[in-house]
Design a protein around this ligand. Structure first.
Ligand code: RB5
Length: 153
């Protein structure tokens, strides 16, 4: 069941926690409802657990899209992308965030607090929120294939 795009789930690990205020600021400024899935401090946690909670929120429809943050954006996006319904894109600038929406219909933005500063992260998030999927036969076909397990492709 797809969730409302007005509800955005946010999950990070301790390495991503420093960027969380910037993420919440943009979501609040955009008037979106936040489903905050933690973590809430710099105490060490395991990013796969937070990615799993976020993926389950998106898949169940509790949120329409999500933002995950770890130190690099890599570990938490790998974990989130283990779910075929999740298309998490690690983005480092506005252009990658825009193209992740236009071409890949990304439903989760992944950011790295240790590699991306807060202002660039905010630009990424605004582009992710505001850019529609381009659609069209070729992009639809490719995105469709992303949702199929290799054994059923
Ligand atoms: C945690 O130290 C760090 O490994 C994590 O935040 C992330 O960068 C993993 O990909």
């Amino acid at each position: 069941m797809p969730g409302s795009d007005d509800i955005v789930a946010v999950a990070c690990d301790h390495g991503g926690f420093a960027l969380k205020p910037a993420v919440l600021e943009v979501l609040q400024e955009a008037g979106l409802e936040v489903l905050d899935l933690g973590t809430d401090s710099e105490d060490s946690v395991d990013y796969p657990d937070f990615a799993q909670n976020l993926a389950e929120a998106v898949i169940s429809g509790r949120a329409g899209r999500g933002v995950v943050v770890c130190g690099t954006g890599i570990g938490i996006s790998i974990a989130a992308n283990r779910y075929p319904e999740v298309r998490a894109a690690v983005c480092h600038d506005e252009t990658t965030a825009r193209l992740a929406r236009e071409h890949n219909n990304a439903n989760v933005l992944a950011l790295g607090a240790r590699v991306t500063g807060p202002e660039v992260a905010k630009d990424c998030l605004r582009a992710f929120l505001q850019t529609p999927f381009s659609g069209g036969e070729r992009h639809e076909r490719r995105v469709d294939k992303l949702g199929r397990l290799p054994s059923s492709a």
